[in-house]
Write a protein that binds this ligand. Structure first.
Ligand code: AMP
Length: 395
């Protein structure tokens, strides 16, 4: 795997695909700068080598050129974070931009305007990618968040760099973290899959059964498994059309010697509301009019025990409706268990969809080994897919 450590950027112009798709408030101020901070090590390494950086990213989902999606709004923030002046190119391609890029001196940083102001970015247009490629000597992909898209700047552009392309630190770290869980992880390996629906996680479950020793299934997915086995789930979220699949997963797990842990009790509520009446019930005996919205106390103890036995842990999806305080405790306690296991030497990776939001909300980001920066990209990696943005560098 070629990373930026394999290159010396002295007098080279690095064309870097970053993920600066950051949230802005109504005054166009960055409200979460994690993604900019995450790209800093790559930018600094190139500048310290004596090279220059041409940063390219998308921001939001513009329809053509729209001021509110301009990357000019984040120039100051990038300057604050990397401590270097940022030159802004008002278009990501074109003569003027080529001139700015060719005049760039070692140590300088150029930020290109939103790639998605051109529809050719998303369509993966070859001519557009070629125009981008003219700006730099070495292509660096450091945007995991878009690595699952075959867009011009994430994938197609790599074709124009033959040997001169590599992963930035962030993307390399993402790839290594996934490998640590899926391929080289110390045993026992555990995956915790929560979230709302079996249907959105099915490919992940099937792929992961070949990689793990333990699988905790929690959250709304629980009830499809419980009902399929003859339990009463009351008004809990349940996909009746996936019950057969759930039984098949249980069978596959048994054949593959994977131990599946489902909740045995739940915190049930008489409405989908933070203020609903609640009671702890057996997961197989949820009365009509009640729905399971969080893991119960016995389940939490079992999960804690499993987590602490394992040396490699992947966590995707909350164990309950964590957005409501009354049903966040199962997710918080699981986070605490994973944090403790990590402190005792386990490798823990959190990623995909809502788990990152939960981890940030409850302050676990520094207590786990790695928090992925990619939602969809992480989910597709866990499904076992090769991401086009990664394949393009490995080619
Ligand atoms: P996902 O994006 O598939 O990881 O699902 C995350 C969502 O699952 C969150 O919004 C949670 O509120 C929701 N969720 C977790 N547990 C339950 C449950 N028992 N019933 C309904 N929704 C749940």
């Amino acid at each position: 795997m070629k990373t930026i450590n394999d290159f010396n950027f002295k007098d080279k112009k690095a064309l870097i695909r970053v993920d600066f798709n950051v949230p802005l408030n109504e005054n166009f101020e960055v409200t979460d700068d994690t993604r900019i901070k995450s790209a800093k090590p790559t930018i600094i390494k190139i500048l310290e080598d004596g090279g220059s950086c041409i940063l390219m990213s998308h921001l939001g989902r513009p329809k053509g050129v729209q001021n509110e999606f301009s990357l000019k709004h984040i120039v100051d923030k990038i300057e604050d974070i990397i401590g270097v002046e940022v030159i802004f190119a008002e278009n990501c391609i074109g003569e003027k931009t080529e001139e700015l890029a060719s005049n760039l001196n070692p140590g300088q940083v150029l930020l290109l305007e939103n790639l998605r102001f051109h529809e050719q970015e998303k369509s993966g247009d070859r001519d557009f990618a070629e125009q981008l490629s003219k700006l730099g000597d070495i292509y660096v992909n450091d945007a995991f968040g878009t690595a699952h898209r075959a867009h011009a700047s994430t994938t197609i552009v790599a074709q124009f760099f033959s040997e001169h392309k590599c992963f930035g630190y962030l993307l390399a770290q993402e790839i290594e973290s996934i490998q640590k869980v899926m391929e080289t992880g110390e045993k026992p390996v555990l995956a915790v899959l929560g979230g709302a629906k079996v249907s959105s996680k099915i490919t992940i479950i099937e792929n992961i059964l070949d990689k793990v020793d333990h699988l905790i299934i929690g959250g709304g997915m629980t009830f499809t498994f419980i009902k399929a086995q003859g339990g009463s789930v009351g008004d809990s979220i349940c996909e009746d059309d996936k019950m057969e699949l759930a039984l098949d997963i249980l069978k596959q797990a048994e054949a593959k010697n994977v131990k599946i842990h489902l909740p045995i009790d739940v915190l049930a509520a008489n409405a989908f509301s933070n203020d609903a009446e609640t009671k702890v019930v057996d997961v197989t005996q949820i009365p009509d009019g009640w729905q399971g919205l969080d893991a119960g106390p016995k389940s939490k103890l079992i999960f804690d025990d499993v987590v602490k036995q394992c040396k490699t842990i992947l966590w995707n999806g909350p164990l309950g409706v964590f957005e409501m305080e009354s049903f966040a405790n199962g997710t918080i306690e699981l986070g605490n268990s994973i944090a403790e296991a990590t402190k005792n030497g386990a490798f823990s990776l959190v990623g995909g969809g809502d788990s990152v939001a939960a981890v940030k909300q409850f302050g676990f980001q520094n207590k786990v080994s790695y928090v992925s920066t990619g939602g969809g990209a992480m989910l597709e990696s866990l499904e076992g897919k090769t991401l086009p943005g990664i394949a393009a560098i490995l080619d």
